[in-house]
Design a protein around this ligand. Sequence first.
Ligand SMILES: Nc1nc(=O)c2c([nH]1)NC[C@@H]1CN(c3ccc(C(=O)N[C@@H](CCC(=O)O)C(=O)O)cc3)C=[N+]21
Length: 289
Amino acid sequence: MTAEIIYGRELAEDIRERMTKEVADLKEMGVVPGLTVVIVGNDPASLSYVRGKDKASKKVGLESNLIELPEQVSQQELLDLVDRLNHDPKVHGVLVQLPLPDHINEDEIIEAISPSKDVDGFHPISIGRMMAGKETFLPCTPLGILTMFKEKEISLEGKHVVVLGRSRIVGKPIGQMLLNENATVTYCHSRTKNLKEFTQSADILIVAVGKPSFISGEDIKDGAVVIDVGVNRVEDGSLTGDVDFESALEKASYITPVPRGVGPMTITMLLQNTIKAAKQFNHIPQRSS
Ligand SMILES: Nc1nc(=O)c2c([nH]1)NC[C@@H]1CN(c3ccc(C(=O)N[C@@H](CCC(=O)O)C(=O)O)cc3)C=[N+]21
């Protein structure tokens, strides 16, 4: 079997086009959705992502602000900034780019963000609501993956989903969200024994481990759906996923590439969450889509 490649970037463009219209409608009502992204330090990869977010936000018509802080910023300065953004009525979404430097207590910063502006879906209140299957801000990468499944009409009910990786921002939440969609979910991680037995039994394999070529064709069941969440910057400066694309392509029914797969969907879901936050703030009903 040769897989159909799911180009997240193309899906993302379609969704952003719809969003641009929605933002224009909101502006007619006097509502300009606002997103503020905070980045600490000057890690080139992080800077490149946040600039991507900033550009995409502006393109759909959001009011986007990027706050760049020096590496040495103190915990208190960061908390004060988050507090100011929480109280700013023009700011509907707040994102603090992770990871933060070692001297910063990341959890305290995440918990300081108002849950009503938590467009990343990382606040414990958002996570708790997600676990309970309640309406909330869902984290952008998992939401982007779920949106890909919906757009491609890939059914989840009763499917065996194997999630490789258990990070707070990808692995754990995607498993919970797919459980909410009635999938049967197995989590695998660095201590899992006989990993191959799990990967080979997956109808849907989600790989989020951060290791180039961690998975290849022989690890995959014929006809499986393979979602590559890896963003690995390799020596020549190019971006590569966690899956050996060429060999996996021969086995899978669907596969996402890196770049142009999950990444652009992540950014698009951030914009979607920001629009949702702006509507909630202004008591405008959400569209059912
Ligand atoms: N608070 C927080 N929220 C995040 O959502 C968050 C974060 N911190 N820290 C870092 C990770 C990583 N991340 C990516 C987003 C888009 C692409 C993306 O669009 N990638 C493009 C390529 C971009 C390039 O070439 O550099 C693609 O895959 O086609 C990648 C990675 C969000 N993250």
